[in-house]
Every structure is written in structure tokens, then in C-alpha cells.
Design a protein around this ligand. Structure first.
Ligand code: PLP
Length: 393
């Protein structure tokens, strides 16, 4: 019998958005080797890790003598990090057990891997959004309901007009790419909807530490959310771990589909497929959740947020339509005139030497929009602001 390939690969774009951007910028640099580009595209951290954090990880490696050498880590994480995570939630008045916590090597992986627990489902995703949500569901052959968000609905996906049915619902707050943040009332609406329709929410809070208003950092701040929500968080953007790789996924014991415990199923899945995050990385992550670690991480977060605020202010004063939020490292704008996202990308690259991300990379409804990232260097941000002033329209 022939090997059948997964034909769903034909349903997604051939290249991931950042691959397309890299190809274009490489091409530009080949023809213009002396031009330095201002990189405000990819959401990747640029600030170095703190000395204390590096020393903790160094010690974790050096102290592994033959007596306490570490082999495979526990598949779902060391207890010391799970306890640090549950203590972090306690500061938000949320009680979790360490069995609810699964340490993983990335929110991006878990967003897709979690689909292993379900079969033939209806999925609700906002458009535009983090592309991994719809790409992974296309690959699993799931039915996807896309809900467009724009100025008319404050860039927020809410259940108000959603037909009652059981769905897997992806929420991302603060949102990538828009930066829109769901407040307590918004999340209450979603939890009520999920409980009523026997839906499950995947709450991606990869940017929770960027929130500066009173919006919830966790969906478990909403009563009964543990019965219907899985939360995915990451050290990537909050602690600079995009290279180190460490994240945590919360699957509460109470979270069930019928009589099936999603916690038991996820535990089984992780123990089968995943061999854990390195000890020294988990020691580093534990430090990042300590009092000092949290303070040090917040310094870098504030640096990125200041970048985003500088960009936002200069875009607003240049007359751009900008989503006004202070909870995000990203700035989401409407392209001027009738530029498509890629036309605006080309203009920014070729004339102003700024690299951003075309909004259409986040979904069809992102067409005509553009995302700037605050994760770049301050010097690049300031130079970009000078260039943006020339774009007055
Ligand atoms: N979730 C969102 C919303 C993101 O924007 C990203 C990365 O940009 C991720 C998850 C991926 O995080 P990780 O580095 O932990 O895989």
C-alpha cells in the first residue's frame, strides 16, 4: 500500500510568514550590502539574560558531578519549577496543584500538540491572529470558524454572535499581533459560553507580563474557568528564553470533556512523546519566577514596552491609524492609502530600510495592516521613528 501524505499541508501557505520576510530582506541586503536595516519585524527578544540568571544556569551544569548527574528530566517538569509556577499563580489568588502544571519547551509547540487530545473538532479562531492556531488546525483537518476583528469590534473576539455549539476556542490576550487585551468581563463571557456549550478554551497568555492595566493575566481569575480552560504560558517573551526554550501549560484536573480528564490525557501524551526540558533551563526558569528574577525580567519587559510606546507615539503623530494599547510589545497599524500589507512592507524596506511584518501573515483579515515589534534595539527604534516622520500622510 502506498504511503499517503497529509494533504492538509496543501491548505496552508507554502512558507511561514517569517521565512518569506527573511527571503525578502536577504535579497535586499544582497543588492544593498552597505545598508543597515532597522529590524522591527520578528517578535524575538534582543536583551541579554541577567548575570544572576546565567550564573544559576552555569552552576546547575557545573554542579552535576557523577554523584548528582542528571539524565533525562521528568517528562512533565521538575517539581521545583512546578512549585515555582503554582506559587506565581498564588500571587494572583489562583490555586493550582503541581499536577495541573506541565513544563514544556515552548508555547508554540503546545498550541499545536494540544490538538492530539481531540478529534474532528470545530475550532474558533480570531483573524488576524498568531498563525500557529489556524495552521495547526488546518493540518489536523479540523473545521475552523474564523472571526474577524478590527476597529468595529475593538479588535476583540467575543462570543456575542457565535452560534451555540461545542468548540475549541483559541484566545490570546494580550493578542499577537494586535495587542488587544481581554478584560475581566470579556473573559467572563467566554467562560460562561464555554461552560454552557461544553466548549474548551485554549488561553494563550504568552504576553501576560506586558499587561499594565487591570486586565487578567490568567483566565483562571474567572470563576469556574478551570472546568473549561487550558492555559499556555511561556518564558520566551517574559524572561528572554526564546533560545533556551521553556514554557508551561496548565491543564487543571477539573478540565474534562464528558468523563474524560484532559489532564490525564495530556500527561499520557507528554510522557509518550516528550522527554522534558533540560535541568539547567528549568533552574533558570525557576529563578525567573523568584522575587529577584521577576524584577530583573520586568526591566527587560519595560525596555520592550518603551520601544513599542515610542513607535506608537510617532506613528500616531504621523497620522497612522494605530491600535492604542499599552499592554503589548507590538504596534498594529492600518497601512496608509490603499497599500496592501506586502506593498507597505516593500515600501518600508526599500525606501525607509525598516523591516516590519505584513498583517496578512496573521490571516486574511490582516490584509491592509502592518505589525511593528518593540523587541528590537532602542537605537533602531529611534532611527525608525525619524524615518516614520518622513512618512507623514
Ligand atoms: N504564543 C504566542 C501568542 C506567540 O506570539 C508566540 C511567539 O511569538 C508563541 C506562543 C511561541 O512561544 P514559544 O517561544 O514559547 O514557543
Amino acid at each position: 500500500m502506498a504511503i499517503n501524505i497529509n494533504k492538509n499541508y496543501k491548505k496552508i501557505q507554502k512558507n511561514y510568514i517569517f521565512t518569506q520576510i527573511n527571503l525578502k530582506t536577504e535579497d535586499f541586503l544582497k543588492n544593498n550590502p552597505n545598508i543597515e536595516l532597522l529590524k522591527l519585524g520578528i517578535g524575538d527578544v534582543t536583551r541579554p539574560l541577567s548575570k544572576n540568571l546565567v550564573n544559576i544556569m552555569k552552576d546547575a551544569l557545573e554542579n552535576q558531578t557523577s554523584k548528582n548527574f542528571k539524565g533525562y528530566p521528568p517528562e512533565t517538569g521538575y517539581d521545583f519549577l512546578k512549585n515555582a509556577v503554582t506559587n506565581y499563580y498564588k500571587t494572583q489568588n489562583i490555586n493550582l496543584t503541581k499536577e495541573d502544571v506541565f513544563i514544556s519547551n515552548g508555547a508554540g509547540c503546545d498550541v499545536g500538540n494540544i490538538l492530539n487530545l481531540f478529534s474532528n473538532i470545530n475550532v474558533v479562531v480570531q483573524d488576524p491572529t498568531y498563525p500557529a492556531y489556524f495552521d495547526s488546525n488546518f493540518l489536523y483537518g479540523n473545521k475552523i470558524t474564523l472571526i474577524s476583528v478590527d476597529k468595529c469590534n475593538n479588535y476583540k473576539m467575543l462570543p456575542d454572535n457565535l452560534k451555540e455549539d461545542s468548540y475549541l476556542i483559541y484566545l490570546c490576550s494580550p493578542n499577537n499581533p494586535t495587542g488587544a487585551t481581554l478584560n475581566k468581563n470579556d473573559l467572563k463571557k467566554w467562560v460562561t459560553f464555554a461552560l454552557k456549550t461544553k466548549s474548551i478554551i485554549i488561553f494563550d497568555c504568552a504576553y501576560e507580563r506586558f499587561i499594565e492595566d487591570d486586565s487578567p493575566h490568567s483566565i483562571y481569575q474567572i470563576k469556574d474557568a478551570k472546568k473549561c480552560a487550558i492555559e499556555i504560558a511561556s518564558f520566551s517573551k517574559t524572561a528572554g528564553f526564546t533560545n533556551l526554550r521553556c514554557s508551561y501549560t496548565i491543564v487543571p484536573k477539573q478540565c474534562k470533556v464528558g468523563n474524560n480528564s484532559l489532564n490525564d490525557m495530556w500527561n499520557r501524551r507528554q510522557c509518550t512523546y516528550f522527554n522534558g526540558v533540560p535541568y539547567f533551563v528549568q533552574k533558570g526558569a525557576e529563578y525567573c519566577l523568584s522575587k529577584n528574577g521577576l524584577k530583573e525580567c520586568q526591566k527587560n519587559i519595560n525596555y520592550y514596552k518603551t520601544n513599542a510606546k515610542l513607535l506608537k507615539a510617532c506613528l500616531i503623530s504621523a497620522g497612522f491609524e494605530v491600535l492604542d494599547t499599552n499592554n503589548s510589545p507590538y504596534v498594529w497599524i492600518k497601512c496608509p492609502k490603499d497599500y496592501t500589507s506586502w506593498e507597505f512592507f516593500d515600501l518600508m524596506l526599500n525606501k525607509y530600510h525598516i523591516v516590519g511584518v505584513p498583517g496578512c501573515g496573521f490571516g486574511k483579515c490582516g490584509e491592509g495592516y502592518f505589525r511593528f515589534s518593540g523587541f528590537g534595539k532602542r537605537t533602531d527604534v529611534k532611527k525608525a521613528c525619524e524615518e516614520i516622520k518622513k512618512l507623514q500622510h
